[in-house]
Design a protein around this ligand. Structure first.
Ligand code: CO
Length: 291
């Protein structure tokens, strides 16, 4: 029985970029050559950065409309608060899946402890587009602490996965998505070899953020994004002689195939909707963070 393997059809290296109040991210997309990755709009790897006392910066009050922001922390703590009245702290392993929908203003800052004392920060922010029918839904938060994220190991124990969205190794995510999406965090020790089914028709990507993995047979190094062609599955492997594990994200989803008109933190389908978003925001229609 042969599986129709998804080949690596494109390989790009993440570029470094300054964001928010000045923190550095590695951004695999969008890049000059890849505007977005339908249904995903952006992927930022925040850090890993080790800040000294008083150095850590974040993204103070800013709006979003028309898509979802997904924050996944690996290390450190972020405090968030927003115009809908939500506030909280995200720690290592926690996920915040925010459906901005019709609009929120939020702030995303390293915790007070890290701002004061310094510390290590590492995590991801993924932007997921919303289909036209959902762009103006009421804002929604799914905050999932680390212990509620499903995890699984391969039979030989060499591959470990945390399932943020979709399913892997027989485990299904607890987070609900508006359109079908897979978002996995894999740790592959030397000698690991797994075949990960990804439904045909999904666009799919693998982003390596530590070590080197073989993705459907092709070497993908730290900071590289592999775009996959269509098929039924991808193989993820690390040769037995490797000296370190590989860390990688698998991202896949049903493409929306709708017009994307974006202006900073607003992502809509038409210029007119962008003009409305700007008008609503300037006139106070997104509310404010109560402090
Ligand atoms: Co934001």
């Amino acid at each position: 029985m042969s599986t129709d393997l998804r080949p690596v059809v494109d390989l790009v290296t993440a570029h470094r970029q300054r964001e928010g109040a000045g923190f550095i991210v590695r951004r695999p997309f969008p890049t000059a050559g890849r505007r977005h990755a339908d249904p995903f709009l952006m992927l930022d790897e925040m850090g890993p950065s080790t800040y000294g006392p008083g150095e850590a910066v974040g993204a103070p009050d800013h709006p979003h409309r028309g898509f979802e922001t997904v924050t996944y922390m690996l290390d450190g703590e972020f405090e968030h608060e927003d115009s809908v009245g939500h506030r909280g702290t995200l720690g290592a392993g926690d996920v915040q899946w925010m459906t901005a929908g019709s609009g929120v203003i939020h702030s995303e800052m390293p915790s007070e402890r890290i701002r004061k004392e310094g510390g290590r920060v590492h995590g991801f922010q993924l932007w997921v587009n919303l289909p036209a029918r959902d762009k103006m839904v009421a804002p929604r938060y799914q905050e999932i602490p680390r212990e509620r994220i499903p995890e699984a190991d391969s039979e030989d124990g060499l591959a470990h996965v945390r399932v943020l969205a979709g399913e892997a190794l027989g485990r299904s995510a607890v987070i609900e998505t508006r359109t079908p999406i897979a978002y996995h965090d894999w740790t592959l020790r030397p000698g690991a070899s797994v075949t990960v089914p990804l439904p045909r028709g999904y666009t799919a990507y693998v982003y390596v953020f530590g070590g080197t993995a073989r993705v459907s047979g092709r070497a993908v190094g730290d900071g590289q994004l592999a775009a996959l062609g269509d098929g039924e599955a991808v193989t993820l492997e690390v040769p037995g002689e490797a000296t370190e594990p590989a860390r990688l994200l698998v991202l896949a989803g049903v493409p929306l195939r709708e017009p994307v008109v974006s202006y900073g933190p607003f992502v809509m389908n038409t210029e007119q909707q962008i003009a409305e978003a700007v008008r609503d925001y300037r006139s106070g229609g997104f509310g404010a963070i109560a402090r």
